[in-house]
Design a protein around this ligand. Sequence first.
Ligand code: DAH
Length: 357
Amino acid sequence: MDDLRQKYLSAIAEAADEEALEAIRLAAVGKKGEVALKMRELGRMTPEERRQVGPKLNALKDEINAALAAKKAALADAALDERLRGEWLDVTLPARPRPRGSVHPISQVTEEVAAIFADMGFAVAEGPQIETDWYNFDALNIPPHHPARQEFDTFYMHRDAGDERPPHVLRTHTSPVQIRAMEQTGAPIRVIAPGRVYRSDYDQTHTPMFHQVEGLAIDRDISMANLKWVLEEFCRAFFEVESVELRFRASHFPFTEPSAEVDLRCSWQGGQLKVGEGDDWMEILGSGMVHPKVLQAAGVDPDAWQGFAFGLGIDRIAMLKYGIPDLRAFFDSDLRWLRHYGFGALRVPSLHGGLSG
Ligand code: DAH
């Protein structure tokens, strides 16, 4: 009996899984198992022997059953542990890998400009980059032989001989979006229109594609004073300084009357630009009161409505604000440059959360 006990208890201890355990149970305490066979031998014993051996056999059977149950529970525990280890999840890990790209300064500055003007009630309007010459020129009071057409270094789209469609150009400025926006919503209207523009020009401060943002505010009583306040407010917010000083210089644009170019007081010290102080002036935009002919071309009655418009170079103010010396680098797609001048991909510029940092 001791041999049986030894044999089965150690077999149970070594069983690797439930299947092995069941085989041991059948061999030991099953109906035809070794313990059952021993029990059958009791019949051939004297009553005296039977009284001694019977309880011992029963005890052995109980002991083996208990060992089987304990081992079964231990195997189940181990299986659960194994599964939990396999399904373990570190909930403190970031949900997504950190973004590796960065936001281009042009995109950043466009977002900043949109955030500032949104706060003053300007919606964002868009127009096509391939424009008809009517929207790009005629509707803006630049008739076919007007000298301003030459000044723009326009890219004309190819036309086959006999093509009757209106001539198309790559838009030379964002001003045509003024016309499209007024056609769509009429007056009153307050929009800005950021986007790409094209001119055949290339040096350290000119690239054939660059970016402008157009501004347009039309209502019954909008004046130059409103224009001045809006632009000052914009410059203060954009350059993130307490105060700015603007200088309005009389100028000429076919689409505004009167027209003004606007300079910003600044200083250059050791190559570092400071806005709002110093003895230098930096030209930053063109502006004026929208010409009655322009309102008319867009279907707005110039006797009932008036307002201002302006056009601002995005690349230029990006270079100024972030100290970027060469315009051409904007469009080289050099990763080292992008890592240096780029912005965090998850930061969204806003007036309350901060524009640039
Ligand atoms: N469209 C002009 C340019 O590209 C800029 C400009 C000047 C826009 C005066 C305006 C404006 O809306 O009023 O040079």
